[in-house]
Write a protein that binds this ligand. Structure first.
Ligand code: NI
Length: 198
């Protein structure tokens, strides 16, 4: 399964990275370009620690309200901002609020990664609920959506990781979960093969 964190980096991101370090757990971060510019050191730290970096647009706008040109720009600016810091362009994209459609997908030069479990952490701000929504719904291949910009989410993470591991789950990056089989302009929300032994 994969832990994914959106909308950062923010003020809580460094403490999340500390927690992930402690348990040697990889995660995937869907970054907002504007925030990347504000927290370059945090972005570099994510990359150095082996986390996967994804593109979450420049300013978190709803893509269904933008022109084709605006969509392409907001994605390209963000990839360039990340590349300037880490030396690598992000390999995955997540549309803000999950809002996309086939016409938008065609404009995105990256695979679109959605989720199968939304912890709604930004709505309830309750570490206990974040953890129980994740644990009640997780299955092999799951992609869990959380937000590193909330301190209450960071609080949920150590316990969540230890419970997942106790149940036999191994947290991996999205690329590892989807086994390098991702295609540009195609949307994914789950890894159906992840529970199958090969
Ligand atoms: Ni978001």
């Amino acid at each position: 399964m994969a832990l994914t964190f959106d909308d950062g980096p923010g003020r809580s991101t460094n403490s999340l990275l500390d927690e992930l370090d402690k348990s040697d757990t990889p995660a995937t971060f869907f970054l907002i370009g504007r925030q990347v510019q504000k927290y370059p050191k945090t972005v570099q730290r994510m990359a150095n620690a082996g986390h996967q970096l994804g593109n979450h647009t420049w300013d978190h706008s709803d893509l269904t309200t933008l022109s084709d040109k605006q969509i392409k720009q907001k994605v390209a600016w963000t990839s360039t901002a990340i590349e300037k810091i880490t030396g690598d362009k992000p390999s995955v994209f997540r549309p803000p609020m999950g809002r996309h459609n086939p016409a938008i997908d065609k404009l995105i030069p990256l695979p679109l990664v959605l989720w199968d479990i939304n912890t709604r952490d930004g709505r309830h701000h309750d570490p206990q609920q974040t953890m129980s929504i994740a644990m009640d719904n997780v299955q092999p291949g799951s992609i869990i959506l959380m937000h590193d910009v909330h301190a209450t989410t960071v609080k949920a993470v150590p316990e969540l990781i230890s419970r997942l591991k106790a149940q036999g789950y191994t947290p991996v990056t999205v690329d590892q979960l989807l086994d390098g089989k991702l295609q540009n302009s195609v949307a994914y929300s789950f890894a159906p093969h992840a529970g199958v032994q090969r």
